[in-house]
Design a protein around this ligand. Structure first.
Ligand code: GLC
Length: 428
């Protein structure tokens, strides 16, 4: 039975396009797409975009594809909340959303739950070269030997510092602690360091970075849970030391990326950890007090060097979409050179197409994109476990790590609980 299509009101109406210019489309459309209207409307969901990139790429797509109208549906910025809203919609087989931006940790789960449209037939039909993308995101979108998501942009945790306060970034976590104490207060700052310590997915990525920088891991390549190790414990201890210091905001345990961004662009801190998009916000004159005073580099090192968590966003199609062909046209364009370039130039998020790093316009967006060392960071960043039960794994990490962050549990007990609980979850 075909589900009734509901009328969708975009929460951000500024993107409604001036389409329907009467031009007939030469593209093939499926039966279901041949409605009385000349244009096919698809709904595209993503979390809050604080840059203008979404507006720009939708505009450009609609201009070059007048037979498709894209309506933007703004979802929560917290990846966990956004995830839960999608699950609610998809588990009732809703066709409201056609295309959605998916966190790198979702494809396996969504494929298994039958929420996603398999993309191989489209990829073959259009001869899309998957090798043109970085390996990590392609793998993240692959489950059971099939491709469920197209890479869109890659994220890696990075370190930001104020160049009007310090000449260079601290090398190690201990150097960071020293420098944050020393420079806090300069140039009107109130804090030495900002990170994401709220009980949510972003905190998990911060923790993975601390842990990996001391050589620790949660799950290894062979799917063994290896969390209960001296290395993991050291990483957790260092994270807790930073969080409990008095150079971070007192309410750091309610900080996500958004709070970090707000405090940072208002010039409140000397250092911060976030994803590369913060570079764009830092230099955005409309919101930033620190334009031209920010540099971005690798995170401080533990005993085993510096580690960045692998993040990023992929494009997926709702299995119940009534417009799969138009949805794919959008996905294919957006994950291709043109779409990725517009996105990266307007949001300072790193593309997944290696070729774009040689593009002069992209290199001009951020000096880091031209830096081979940065490409290494992206290549070597630490993935989160790829498993269809990732939400459960993440919940365990969030709960146990928060206890450590709030001083309610030692790092040793935290590592032991994580080990036991994840083992149980995987064995169920
Ligand atoms: C960023 C990353 C994503 C991660 C999220 C956590 O959006 O790209 O992979 O899960 O942050 O908050």
């Amino acid at each position: 039975m075909k589900l009734m299509k509901k009328v969708v009101l975009a929460s951000v109406p500024f993107l409604l396009a001036a389409c329907g210019n009467g031009e007939s489309s030469t593209e093939e459309v499926t039966q279901s797409e041949q409605s009385s209207e000349e244009t096919t409307k698809i709904v595209f969901a993503r979390g809050v975009d604080t840059s203008i990139a979404t507006e720009k790429f939708i505009e450009a797509f609609e201009e070059s594809h007048p037979h498709i109208e894209v309506e933007f549906r703004e979802m929560p910025s917290d990846t966990g909340e956004y995830h839960d809203q999608l699950v609610t919609a998809f588990s009732s087989q809703s066709s409201e959303i056609d295309v959605f931006l998916a966190d790198t940790i979702w494809p396996a789960e969504f494929a298994q739950a039958n929420y996603a449209l398999e993309l191989d037939r489209f990829i073959e039909k259009d001869d899309v070269d998957m090798d043109a993308h970085f390996d990590g995101p392609v793998k993240a979108g692959n489950f059971d030997g099939r491709q469920w998501a197209m890479p869109f942009f890659v994220d890696a945790g990075v370190f930001f510092y104020r160049t009007d306060i310090v000449d260079e970034a601290p090398e190690t976590w201990d150097d960071l602690i020293e420098a944050a104490n020393q420079y806090k207060g300069e140039e009107g700052t109130q804090f030495g360091y900002l990170m994401q310590a709220s009980q949510y997915e972003g905190m998990v990525t911060n923790a993975i970075e601390f842990i990996a920088s001391y050589g620790g891991k949660i799950i290894d390549e062979n799917n063994n849970v290896v969390a209960d190790s001296p290395e993991t414990i050291k990483g957790i201890e260092k994270m807790v030391e930073v969080i409990q210091s008095d150079f971070v905001p007192e309410n750091i345990n309610s900080f996500t990326e958004i709070e970090t961004e707000n405090a940072w662009v208002q010039g409140e801190s000397v250092f911060a950890r976030n994803w590369p998009y913060l570079m764009g916000s830092s230099n955005n004159e409309e919101i930033s007090e620190i334009v031209g005073n920010v540099s971005m580099t690798t995170l401080p090192s533990g005993d085993e060097g510096s580690a960045s968590a692998l993040g990023g966003w992929m494009l997926m199609i709702n299995r119940y979409s009534e417009n799969p062909e138009a949805a794919w046209e959008f996905v294919n364009w957006l994950s291709g050179e043109e779409g990725q370039k517009i996105n990266s130039m307007n949001s300072t998020t790193p593309p997944t197409l290696s070729k774009l790093y040689d593009d002069e316009d992209i290199q001009n967006v951020s000096p880091l994109f031209a830096d081979p060392e940065f490409r290494e960071i992206l290549h070597n960043s630490v993935p989160r476990p790829v498993t269809p039960i990732y939400p459960e794994v993440s919940d365990i990490l969030q709960i146990e790590l928060s206890k450590a962050i709030n001083g309610d549990q030692s790092a040793e007990d935290t590592a032991r609980n994580i080990q036991e609980k994840i083992e149980n979850a995987l064995n169920e």
